[in-house]
Design a binder for this molecule. Structure first.
Ligand SMILES: *Cc1c(COP(=O)(O)O)cnc(C)c1O
Length: 415
């Protein structure tokens, strides 16, 4: 049975969605040793198209039809992957002019895209106006640039306001709202900004609220969604026109670490359905959006390295690989983790649960931070074997300092 045939109506995330055959991990139906030969060298990131498609389709099937599902491209902007995502989701969320270019090349329609992020450069705002995407204003100082770009190009820019609400997403891996923040316009000054907007030649679309990332507690996510909707309703009274777009954020977390339980979607789905129902009477023109990054792509990716050396130091076994922190900062624990924990790791050519031993997996960098696995139990691995870090489809390749120590960059394949 291919992953696409699997009954997966609940869109549950499996940290290892890759089947095993003759001891080899199968990615996109190809045994790992064969795939590695095809790629030409290690390390590389491999993303499995059928895992991606099955998962996003399953998620789309459980999310109420009143809610649009967007992909937040910064999680993984590989062009081929974005192209795969475009027909699976209702829109894309962009965080730079560079991402805008990739999205347009991937065939995404401008009217389904929005562009958020602090510090948008004038040329990026011009690009976005020219493309016709919705710009989520994060600061009142963006408005004059957007207006003049619109005049220059003879188009009415589409704008929404990203609001920094007065609440936060509780129990989140990364909080991005509440208190002083570089993101969005503080909720209490949004009415004044909206009055200013009314006088400008722009198309007012609505609001964007993004309160945090990597959350595994459904109650916290529902709570933030409800507060977001209430806040949007209050702010709508000051808006120059009907709310046509309400991006309620995302924050859906994925299970990276041993004690993480996959997010229970049922309460979230029910909550979204009730928000959709409320909106149909009090905000009838609004398209309601949730934007997810890692939840859509993390488990479909694996980072593949090879063992260069096996050494024992004072009783502890180290596997030194050709990959590490410079390719996969998040797995090394240096991308926002407070206490370092191990990502799920397997020996990709010894998947048959042979006798396990505790090993530490490190990279080739001269820093003790370069660690991919701290005393993990793995089948005995030799020089040349594949050490594979699972849950690596998001915040891997583009979220890592490739230049550090001048090793070759990793490759990326979508299979
Ligand atoms: C980073 C980001 C996302 C995606 O976050 P994930 O944790 O990957 O889902 C979505 N929206 C905004 C505004 C972001 O900054």
């Amino acid at each position: 049975m291919t992953p696409a045939d699997k009954p997966n109506r609940r869109a549950v995330i499996d940290p290892c969605p890759f089947p095993e055959k003759n001891g080899q991990m199968m990615i996109g139906g190809i045994p790992l040793d064969r795939l590695a030969a095809r790629v030409g060298r290690t390390p590389f990131y491999a993303y499995d198209r059928s895992v991606l498609e099955a998962h996003v389709r399953a998620l789309r099937a459980v999310i109420p039809s009143s809610i649009s599902l967007h992909y937040a491209m910064k999680a993984n902007p590989m062009p081929a992957l974005v192209q795969t995502m475009v027909p699976l989701v209702d829109g894309l969320d962009l965080a730079s002019g560079g991402e805008l270019g990739v999205a347009l090349n991937a065939g995404a329609r401008p009217e389904t895209m929005s562009f958020a992020g602090p510090g948008k450069r004038p040329e990026e705002l011009h690009q976005a106006v020219a493309a016709g995407v919705t710009i989520n204003i994060e600061s009142s100082s963006e408005l004059p640039t957007i207006v003049s770009a619109g005049e220059l190009l003879g188009v009415r820019p589409r704008v929404a306001v990203r609001v920094n609400p007065d609440f936060e997403l509780k129990a989140s891996g990364m909080k991005m709202s509440g208190g002083p923040k570089q993101f969005g316009v503080d909720a209490e000054v949004v009415p004044a900004l909206l009055r200013g907007l009314a006088k400008e030649a722009v198309e007012f679309m609505g609001f964007h609220v993004y309160s945090g990332s990597q959350n595994l507690q459904p109650e916290a996510i529902c709570d933030a969604q409800n507060k977001t909707f209430d806040l949007a309703l209050r702010l709508a009274e000051h808006a120059p026109g009907p709310i046509r777009l309400l991006n309620m954020g995302g924050g859906f977390g994925v299970p990276y670490f041993p004690n993480d339980r996959p997010l229970d979607l049922d309460p979230i789905v029910a909550n979204l359905a009730s928000i959709g129902e409320r909106a149909s009477s009090v905000m009838p023109d609004a398209e309601l959006v949730i934007e997810l990054g890692r939840y859509l792509v993390a488990h479909a990716g694996v980072y593949v390295t090879r063992v260069i050396d096996r050494k024992v130091s004072r009783g502890q076994t180290f596997l030194v690989t050709d990959g590490g922190l410079h390719h996969h900062l998040a797995a090394s624990g240096n991308f926002g983790q407070v206490i370092r924990k191990n990502y799920p790791i397997v020996v990709g050519n010894r998947m048959r649960g042979e006798q396990e031993e505790p090993v530490s997996i490190v990279g080739p960098l001269c820093t003790p931070l370069d660690i991919l696995g701290d005393r993990v139990a793995l089948p005995r691995a030799e020089v040349g074997d594949f050490i594979c870090v699972l849950m690596s489809g998001a915040y891997g390749f583009t979220a890592s300092p490739h230049l550090f120590l001048s090793h070759p960059a990793p490759l990326e394949v979508l299979v």
